[in-house]
Write a protein of this length. Structure first.
Length: 271
């Protein structure tokens, strides 16, 4: 695996220079900014092309090592964001061309996304969250961007039965430009991978609990905590039982991958 190679997805975008795909902690990620991601989404929507915009954090890296379906999902991704300040810090320590501006997460790009969706008339479809919360999340978004075209579907359904077939039929009828899948890892990635050939041509983004934040049913850390690299700690204090294993156990499983990064660091790399 090349440690750093040029991306092939920048031709129709305005941000320069072209981003680089990096090998980091046993997986590949793209050094892109939130603005670049939004331009990438816009270019794909304008071209009517299907694309997957995935993301990696320490939790997904753990799942990537443990699950073949997660590795298969990322192999299909067209763009892989870095949604982790610790990953960026480790990349910098390893001499990779990344900085805080390359951290990409929904809460940081959401206003840009919805502004573009409204201005360009994108049809957006979100799958995720509890049905009881969907009205709240939709209302919160439409309160800020009243002309957005937004459809929602709960994330609690049988992914292997008639409910899934009905959802796919609705997607085929609605023909969204952007599909947001917020069912948590690895459920959302598994669903995308399993159903990819039956999805309409659109830009697909796994977004985790994004709409729970919009609905106000999940604590939203101040954005300055992400800039300081302590957002994970703030989240942990609010949900210690759910996040303890993710933040304090899973990262230890990445030690072999970290040692591989260190061994590569000892060899000069030409960027």
């Amino acid at each position: 695996m090349d440690t750093c190679r040029q991306s092939v997805f920048h031709d129709s975008l305005t941000e320069a220079p072209p981003f680089k795909r990096l090998s980091l902690l046993g997986a590949e990620v793209d050094a892109v900014t939130p603005t670049y991601v939004m331009e990438f989404v816009g270019a794909k929507v304008a071209a009517g092309e299907r694309a997957i915009v995935a993301n990696h954090n320490l939790h997904s890296l753990y799942l990537f090592q443990k699950r073949a379906d997660m590795r298969a999902f990322y192999a299909r991704a067209d763009l892989i964001e870095i949604d982790s300040t610790p990953m960026i810090a480790w990349g910098r320590l390893m001499g990779l061309p990344v900085s805080r501006q390359h951290r990409v997460t929904y809460l940081d790009y959401r206003e840009d996304f919805w502004a573009r969706a409204q201005a360009n008339g994108w049809r957006v479809y979100h799958i995720g969250g509890e049905a009881a919360h969907n009205d709240y999340s939709k209302a919160a978004i439409l309160n800020r961007y009243p002309d957005v075209h937004l459809d929602l579907h709960t994330g609690f359904f049988d992914m292997a039965g008639a409910e899934n077939d009905a959802l796919l039929a609705d997607l085929a009828a609605k023909k969204p430009d952007v599909l947001l899948v917020g069912m948590g890892m690895p459920r959302q990635e598994t669903w995308i991978l399993t159903n990819l050939d039956r999805l309409p041509d659109c830009v697909i983004l796994p977004v985790g609990a994004a709409f729970d934040y919009e609905a106000g049913v999940m604590y939203t850390p101040p954005r300055w905590t992400g800039r300081l690299g302590i957002e994970w700690l703030v989240r942990f204090f609010h949900e210690p039982k759910r996040l303890f294993e993710r933040y304090f156990v899973e990262p230890w499983h990445l030690i072999p991958q970290a040692l591989n990064d260190v061994s590569r660091r000892l060899v000069p790399i030409d960027f």
